[in-house]
Design a binder for this molecule. Structure first.
Ligand code: HEM
Length: 401
């Protein structure tokens, strides 16, 4: 192992942003958890937390661990951000309280209820198309296809140019990594290519009436936010709403392909779909880690961190911490997973969680009703991304019940 413990804070020489550990992070997660509540990542001069109790506490203490300096590598207090910061993800109260209220209303479960029927009709049709083919790529034909069909319509986007959404989301998550890395560099190129289209879709006149985007702008009419703020909040939906859900659904399918007994359980009882998605989020968390920045000197365990220090919260590691979960490396859709941090925790808990859950639940339910078996038909291909864990390809065969 490349890790050593010195007197003073535990130190790790591991690089969570190297290709090898992006692709296979779980041994590193265990090592970081075992080193202590807070570990120094020597290569980058930042701190990391990987135990559930500490990640959870950090996410719930925004006054000590702020988001306004960015949730990626850079510190916006001292470095220029690569784009105007998010008014919600990269903000603290009181700004965050105001913008969060707008998106909480737009994405509340009651606001989303009207979408369920449209989602169900489309999921059922998609599943029939999958069964007709028998052999499919579950990432391309299912995990990507379904959110790409329903999410842009839910927001109220124009049909033209939707292919720009996925590269933008991918770039936004890669931009959280080290700026001298290849993934960050390619993210900047992708963002420059597709960014103008994204920004154009955030304008009020580009958004269809009745969609989530138009709904954000009703808060301009009521005086809660101004039009420039509304555009940036719509940008947040487009940045965070697609790739996360695609990888969440894809990871769930990957879990089922590798755990056929769990698929048999879901097939026998499709009402388990929602719980199954939560367990998949715990087991293969799509958002692997985000940073916070300390606002003051703070001591955790035996380690004292200074102000303006970056601290990386490993959501994926916390979700497999044996101090928190029994048999964390077992995928079990009957498990109770409240307090898993796949959607974060505290004031920044994912404001789109209800929408992601609705999409996944509807799709998994439709699949469970009609698909008896889902089996591997080739090697899966992993996504290489600084903050997203998932796949680009998952060849499978499906058979009808
Ligand atoms: C399975 C799918 C998803 C996962 C795993 C996920 C994960 C997360 C996580 C971990 C956070 C917390 C970030 C932090 O604490 O710094 C977050 C926040 C956020 N998510 Fe999601 N997300 C998903 C889907 C969505 C969707 C569908 C949308 C929008 C339609 C969305 C929009 C947001 C926004 C705007 C925030 C910032 C909230 C705030 O700062 O108050 N997410 N998400």
């Amino acid at each position: 192992m490349t890790t050593a413990t010195h007197t003073g804070p535990p130190v790790s020489h591991l690089d969570p942003f190297c290709d090898e550990l992006i692709l296979e992070p779980y041994a590193m997660h265990a090592e970081l958890r075992d080193l202590g509540p807070v570990v120094r990542l020597e290569k980058y001069g930042v701190w990391a937390m990987a135990r559930h109790v500490d990640v959870y506490a950090m996410l719930n203490d925004w006054e000590t661990y702020c988001s306004s300096a960015g949730v990626g590598f850079g510190n916006f207090h001292t470095e220029k951000p690569w784009r105007p910061p998010s008014l919600i993800l990269e903000a603290d109260p009181p700004l965050h309280t105001r913008t969060r209220a707008v998106l909480s209303r737009v994405l509340s479960s009651s606001a989303l209820r009207r979408m369920r029927e449209m989602f169900e009709t489309r999921a059922a049709a998609l599943v029939e198309r999958l069964l007709e083919r028998g052999r499919i790529d579950a990432m391309v034909d299912c995990a990507n296809a379904f959110p790409l069909e329903v999410f842009p319509d839910a927001v109220g986007l124009t049909k033209n140019g939707r292919e720009n959404l996925a590269p933008y989301g991918n770039a936004v998550f890669n931009a959280d990594g080290p700026p001298d890395g290849a993934l960050f560099q390619s993210a900047m190129k992708d963002a420059a290519r597709v960014g103008p289209w994204i920004l154009a879709q955030c304008r009020r006149d580009a958004l269809a009436p009745g969609g989530l985007g138009a709904d954000v702008y009703t808060s301009v009419d009521s005086g809660e936010i101004d039009a420039d703020e509304a555009a940036l909040l719509v940008r947040s939906l487009l940045s965070a709403g697609l790739d996360t859900t695609v990888q969440g659904i894809g990871n769930a399918l990957y879990c089922f392909v590798n755990h056929p007994a769990q698929w048999a359980l879901l097939h026998a009882n499709p009402a388990l779909a929602r719980a199954a998605f939560e367990e998949a989020l715990r087991y293969e968390s799509p958002v692997t880690a985000f940073f916070r920045t300390t606002t003051r000197e703070v001591t955790v365990g035996d380690v004292t961190m200074g102000p303006e220090e970056k601290v990386l919260a490993f959501f994926g590691a916390a979700n497999r911490d044996p101090r928190m979960w029994n048999d964390p490396d077992v995928f079990d859709i009957t498990r109770k997973v409240s307090k898993n941090v796949a959607f974060g925790a505290g004031i920044h808990f994912c404001v789109g969680a209800m929408l992601a859950r609705l999409e996944a639940e509807v799709l998994l339910t439709a699949m469970a009703r009609r698909i008896k078996t889902i089996e591997p038909a080739g090697e899966p291909v992993r996504l290489l991304n600084n903050a997203l864990r998932g796949l680009t390809s998952l060849p499978v065969t499906v058979t009808a019940s």
